[in-house]
Design a protein around this ligand. Structure first.
Ligand SMILES: NC(=O)c1ccc[n+]([C@@H]2O[C@H](COP(=O)([O-])OP(=O)(O)OC[C@H]3O[C@@H](n4cnc5c(N)ncnc54)[C@H](O)[C@@H]3O)[C@@H](O)[C@H]2O)c1
Length: 378
């Protein structure tokens, strides 16, 4: 497996499971194996680690996390083979590391990606690629200047279902697509990002300054550390955490890139408890206007999941192809003409009946006259 193939397969969770041959990574010669360093070993990284340790020709050689407990759990997931380092720069300095997985909170993505490229590492960088537009441009710039492979963790667009959907749309099977009504609705504390805080979390086990990095300085705060999605300092909230997956899917499926404009609105409507000091909205709606008669109509609410999750695609239906309605006076005139025609038909009908009656009377008279004449002759 070469590096390009590896980067392609890592993003397809199903595919990684199918490729899994436990133990093979251990037996590959060091020159054939791909050595990976994982930076940030939280919830998402553990999913990657599970796939990586099962992949042939791949070895996770180093892990790094600002919370001791997660670094240790990551090491144990590799069967104890990975080295724990205290600072991610140590991974970037390891000549034997081919690629790094950057799975830290969003505010770290740009700094770590740019430094990893400078250190000549290939990268799997979690979505959202960047915390801000400026950070994104900085990453793009660094990628253009480098010869490394960079893959962003928007894994949905690597799935067979999305590839099939894209094929069908491009083949014109559903006609002209005018709107996607994307939605993500949740109704739980976990869904609203109120993740539990480990009982052993403390200034002794958590490196607060390492977590903050390029974010504004603040006093030690475990809520911010473990629930970073709730705060603008580290996250863009619903837009960068959830919407980004769905707009990526739509862009990929419909061959779109960047919308022409966007309007959005939201607020904290559900998670208003005094203990919940979130900055980011729990309710958010946005309309992305792409030009060429296409828009994404997005909504997300964390207080009722009735409308669920999905990206329903709306194409022009037959009704929309009917001619436009006529002006009201013309419609009125046509209605009057129709009424006149109906009354003429009705009149015509009663005239025909009268004619038939007269014909019958003449016939009867003829018959009676003929009968009388015959009787006369007898
Ligand atoms: N593609 C997907 O479906 C998907 C799913 C979940 C999360 N993600 C993305 O993955 C990233 C991580 O999310 P998560 O849910 O795993 O968060 P998390 O809080 O569970 O994990 C982040 C980890 O990074 C560590 N960390 C922070 N700063 C660090 C530093 N300077 N050096 C080393 N470690 C540091 C933290 O201690 C924490 O363990 C986010 O960007 C998120 O958007 C993607």
């Amino acid at each position: 497996m070469n590096r390009r193939d590896f980067m392609k397969t890592t993003v397809v969770a199903g595919a990684t499971a199918a490729l899994a041959r436990p133990g093979e990574a251990k037996t590959a010669a060091p020159s054939d194996r791909l050595a990976i360093g994982v930076i940030g070993c939280g919830a998402r990284a553990h999913e990657h680690l599970q796939n990586l340790v099962e992949m042939p020709g791949v070895e996770v050689v180093a892990v790094c996390d600002a919370y001791k407990g997660r670094a240790e759990r990551a090491k144990s997931r590799t069967g104890g083979r990975a080295t724990i380092v205290q600072d991610y720069h140590e991974i970037l300095a390891m000549p034997g590391v081919d690629a790094v997985f950057i799975v830290t909170p969003d505010h770290w993505h740009k700094t770590m990606a740019v430094e990893a490229l400078a250190a000549k590492k290939d990268i799997y960088l979690e979505k959202p690629m960047s915390y801000s537009i400026e950070d994104g441009l900085g990453i793009l710039d660094a990628v253009k200047r480098s010869d490394r492979i960079v893959q962003i963790g928007s894994q949905s667009v690597s799935g067979p279902d999305m590839i099939k959907a894209r094929e069908l749309v491009n083949a014109g099977k559903i006609g002209q697509v005018v709107e996607v009504r994307a939605a993500y609705n949740r109704n739980s504390a976990g869904g609203a990002w109120l993740y539990p805080i480990p009982p052993d979390a403390s200034p002794q086990t958590v490196n607060w300054d390492q977590f903050l990095g390029p974010a504004p300085k603040r006093p030690f705060d475990l809520n911010r550390y473990y629930q970073w999605r709730l705060y603008w300092d580290y996250s863009g909230g619903i837009s960068t955490d959830l919407l980004v997956h769905q707009t990526d899917i739509v862009n990929f499926m419909l061959d779109k890139t960047v919308p022409r404009s966007c309007m959005a609105s939201g607020g904290t409507y559900r998670w208003t408890d005094k203990t919940d000091d979130r900055d980011v909205p729990d309710t958010f709606s946005a309309i992305y206007e792409y030009g060429n008669n296409f828009q994404i109509n997005y909504s997300c609410y964390f207080g009722n999941d009735h409308y669920g999750y999905g990206e329903p695609v709306l194409a022009v239906a037959d009704g929309a192809r009917q001619p436009n309605p006529l002006p009201a006076e013309l419609e009125q005139k046509i209605a009057e003409q129709n009424q006149l025609m109906a009354s003429l038909i009705e009149q015509n009908d009663s005239l025909s009946k009268e004619l038939a009656r007269l014909n019958k009377e003449i016939g009867d008279m003829r018959q009676r006259g003929a009968f009388a004449a015959t009787e006369e002759k007898r």
